[in-house]
Design a protein around this ligand. Sequence first.
Ligand code: EPU
Length: 424
Amino acid sequence: MQNLLIQGPSQIAGSVYISGSKNSALPILSATILCTSPVVIQKVPHLKDVTTMLSLLSNMGMTFSIDHELNVFVENSTLSKLEAPYDLVKQMRASVLVLGPTLARYGYAKVSLPGGCAIGTRPVDQHLKILCELGAEVKVEDGYIVATTKKLIGAEVKFDRETVTGTENILMAACLAQGKTVIHNAACEPEVKDLADFLNSMGAKIQGAGTSTIEIVGVSELGGGAYSVIPDRIEAGTLLIAAVMTQGQIKLIDCIPEHLTSCLEVLKQAGAQIETSDHTVSLKMDRRPKSVSIVTDVYPGIPTDLQAQFIAMNAIAEGASYVEETIFENRFMHVSELARMGAQITLNRNVVHIQGVDSLIGARVMATDLRASAALILAGISAQGVTSIDRIYHIDRGYANIQEKLIKLGASIERKTSKPPHYV
Ligand code: EPU
């Protein structure tokens, strides 16, 4: 069991390269199931969820190699097993992304039904509903989704609620469907657009990705080629918040400022001075942050994946604020941990009320999910004294080299292997 020991307070200062996006890399790797020629995917981030996706695809029969720059070469995408087993899906819900492409290419897919997770129940009913509307027969048997079809048929379909991986699953499936599919109420996140750009570069015919209506004209097969994943907007936002909390300055290199619009707006309201160019964001903070009340929303709103980090910022900001979570019903495990560090914070249903304190105090806390871990790390860097974060494996799932990056930016962080604590 590993934990992080953070000696605070430190000031975040310097330049940092932003890694490829986790939530783009996962669907793009999964989409290579549709490709019949070799594919090279560049800027794949080095993190545990990517390793889990590669294990799943390799378990299904794909072969890859990875070079020292983390380009993934898909040598043979032919699957010998059309099944995503429980053991892998339970490690990462995004494994459900193999459902759409496997069914579309092979007419059959068996994927363990993902269970709930720390942030919510997270059903996949919308993925299944739309696959049925494209002509699949879908059953749930012994905890597995079993989908079959002779051939998917394009149709006009509408999600009852926006779903990122749901849109991605249907986008991939519709690429090989017969005829035209129109998806209404599609998710507009940049990662959906990135997946569509990848698919188009492999020979798909998709228009409108990045808006709520996407049109796909089915093709008989996808080819191969090279594609580079977009930068990770959540990693970028997390590092910007770290600089704001520590009254530091930071330059993000290799990011897409447009994807950060809502985040930058919040940080400006908090008092940051921000300049952007085509692929960089420079931020300077020379005062204690001002509290900013926020409501999370689908893109281009404030991402739920930055909610925990903004709560950490408001915990040490001047004044009172609230943070309302509208995407996941239970994404608040960090609230009680931040309270252990001295945050004046209360949770009422899906709204967190915060009265900023001058400083947090280091404590032993527990990471409960990926973004909660990020919030605790930011809190630890800005706090007085030592913060020890248990169950830190969550952070390795979704941030590439976060410890090294933060140390280079001035944080004092050490990773320790310890005996597991006894939680009750
Ligand atoms: N939902 C349903 N039915 C469905 C699908 C979704 O009710 O069939 C609900 C969910 O329970 C949730 C809401 O719709 O309340 C939105 O969920 P969505 O499907 O959009 O989430 P996701 O696709 O499972 C992705 C990201 C998450 C990110 C969310 C929201 C990936 C691999 N994961 O999840 O990323 O928080 O979109 O933007 O892309 C993270 O990186 O830490 C993370 C959790």
